[in-house]
Design a protein around this ligand. Structure first.
Ligand code: FBP
Length: 552
């Protein structure tokens, strides 16, 4: 394969490790604190995780005798959506394992968790790792969204682990995949399989976040990629002065990406789903806010603008949320029956008698293409596939309709022409920023250190991320500490709680403080492309979210 000069140059980049992990392994030991609790549902979760519940938070410190030097067989899985830096997690894990004992082996399961249950794997060689260092994507071993949940899948996982004589398994994934990591850790303990399980916090969505997990990897690169594109569109809008751009941004539930992009680019409007839910804003109130801004800007002669829309927004608008939740339950409990109803009109009639009156009338009022999109199959974890719902088009249509009413009443005298965009896949496989390259390499290396310290049921945790990498703190957080009980596919299940945007947090407050002005004036900010080489203040910056959270 012919590779680009940039691709070649990235092989030379040497990811940074925190000083504690860069030193002599024989000088590394693990310090643990008090027992921990789940976020809620303590008793139920404790009963389900008899062997792994409530372990202490772990932190690496200088000391002797904490790390085993035995040769280890370790498996690694990339799970869920791509996030920049996944290959560096594998590189860090590989380098750690070989540093611990050159006879250690790393196996990569192919195509995500199904590679483990189906026994599909490769041994990862030094040559293979070198081909993927500092590159984006998950193509080294592939990824998938299979959820390991049936007794047969657990048994098959143990069988594969047994065949490979695995000492440990590293699962690189988001909240659902790390929930799976916790379940597997518990299962292996219950069965006395001797296989440790460590999770790594991956997701561009940024919602696998906790006191001990300051950011999920990939968020930095993805948010910066989208911000570059939004900045470019904003400059185009300000040049042509004829379009309102409605830009939907990935982030299945949380609005961290939209918020970070808003801080970076200063659009006219950015909806934060968490605020929409907290204030109980209806669809028509959201459209009302857009119209207000369009009307006011038109009064100043500015018939253009930028609206950022988190892709999960529909699930946070109270009436749409209620509709989706009813649809989820109906589709989970009557799947066989529902699958037999073939045309959309028949589906509508079939649903009418099963939905509540309010949801049924909303479903009727939605544009047909959006209503159809709400019926698309759920993912294996029971989530609505919001990346396939054209929320930007829904808002464009409703805004157009409302502006026509205002125009007829003489309250809007400007022009409105809208363009829709969806930025998601563009940012998920980009070359990792220097931050993600360093963070991911550290997460992988740290996973090895957790394994060598004998821990299981932990997520690799690296903190103080807004500071130079040499000062980062490395350790592990027990998976059950991140869990609560939630309704999934019609049943209550223990899952890692998604960290949504904190409306009292510094990043949201910083945006809220400027948004009234942004809604009327043109104050776009153009962040430009991610820089990998050059002055530290250009290529060494973390996200604004992290900087604000750390008071920097
Ligand atoms: P993860 O939670 O697995 O990291 O995936 C996040 C995400 O990129 C969401 O932002 C998006 O809604 C979803 O994946 C899209 O999924 P798919 O790749 O299956 O279309």
């Amino acid at each position: 394969m012919e590779i680009s000069n940039f691709h070649k140059a990235r092989y030379e980049y040497k990811p940074k490790l925190p000083a504690i992990l860069a030193g002599d392994m024989d000088e590394l030991t693990v310090e643990t604190g008090a027992a921990t609790e789940a976020l809620s549902g303590h008793e139920e979760i404790k009963a389900m995780f008899k062997h792994s519940y409530g372990k202490p938070v772990a932190r690496f410190v200088k000391g002797k005798g904490g790390q085993s030097r035995n040769a280890l067989n370790v498996g690694v899985i990339l799970s869920g959506g791509q996030a920049p830096g996944g290959h560096n997690v594998i590189a860090g894990l590989f380098d750690g394992l070989k540093k611990g004992n050159p006879a250690s082996k790393l196996y990569g399961f192919l195509g995500g968790p199904s590679g483990l249950t189906g026994g599909k794997y490769i041994e990862i060689s030094a040559e293979l790792v070198d081909k993927y260092r500092n590159t984006g994507g998950f193509d080294m071993i592939g990824s998938g969204r299979t959820k390991i949940e049936t007794p047969e899948q657990f048994a098959a996982s143990m069988e594969t682990a047994g065949k490979l004589k695995l000492n440990a398994l590293v699962i690189i994934g988001g909240d659902d995949s790390n929930t799976n990591a916790g379940l597997l850790a518990e299962y292996f303990l219950e069965k006395g399989a001797g296989v440790q399980v460590i999770g790594c916090p991956k997701t561009i969505d940024g919602d696998l976040k906790h006191l001990h997990i300051e950011a999920s990897f990939g968020f930095d690169t993805a948010a910066k990629t989208y911000s570059e594109l939004i900045g470019n569109i904003a400059r185009d809008a300000n040049s042509a002065k004829k379009y309102w751009h409605f830009i939907k941004l990935m982030g299945r539930a949380a609005s961290h990406i939209a918020l970070e992009a808003a801080l970076q680019t200063r659009p006219n409007l950015c909806f934060i789903s968490e605020e929409v839910e907290a204030k109980g804003l209806s669809l028509s109130q959201i459209v009302g806010q857009i119209c207000d801004s369009v009307v006011k800007r038109a009064e100043g002669g500015e018939n253009f603008g930028i609206v950022l829309i988190p892709e999960g927004l529909v699930e946070f608008i109270p009436e749409v949320k209620a509709l989706i939740s009813e649809l989820n339950d109906i589709m989970a409990h009557h799947k066989g029956e529902f699958d037999k109803v073939l045309t959309f009109q028949e589906q509508k009639t079939w649903l009418k008698t099963r939905l509540s009156p309010a949801s049924s009338s909303l479903f009727d009022e939605l544009p047909e293409e959006i209503a159809k999109q709400l019926l698309i199959d759920r993912d294996p974890h029971g989530n609505v596939q919001v990346s396939r719902i054209d929320t930007e088009k829904l808002l464009m249509r409703l805004t157009e309709k409302q502006l026509a009413v205002l125009k007829a009443a003489g309250k809007f005298k400007g022009e409105f022409s809208a363009q829709g965009h969806f930025f998601g896949y563009e940012g998920r496989a980009a070359f990792p920023s220097n931050f993600d390259a360093d963070y991911c390499y550290t997460l992988g290396f740290n996973s090895f250190a957790l394994i060598a310290a004998g821990l299981t049921g932990y997520i690799s945790s690296v903190r103080r991320l807004a500071f130079p990498a040499s000062e980062w703190i490395a350790g592990g957080v027990p998976i059950t500490m991140l869990m609560n009980m939630e309704r999934r596919k019609g049943k209550d299940k223990p899952v890692i709680r998604k960290a949504l945007v904190d409306l009292d947090g510094a990043p949201f407050k910083a945006f809220a403080a400027m948004r009234d002005e942004l809604a009327v004036k043109t104050l776009f900010r153009y962040p430009g492309a991610i820089q990998y080489y050059g002055p530290e203040e250009v290529c060494g910056q973390t996200t604004m979210t992290l900087r604000l959270e750390h008071g920097k």
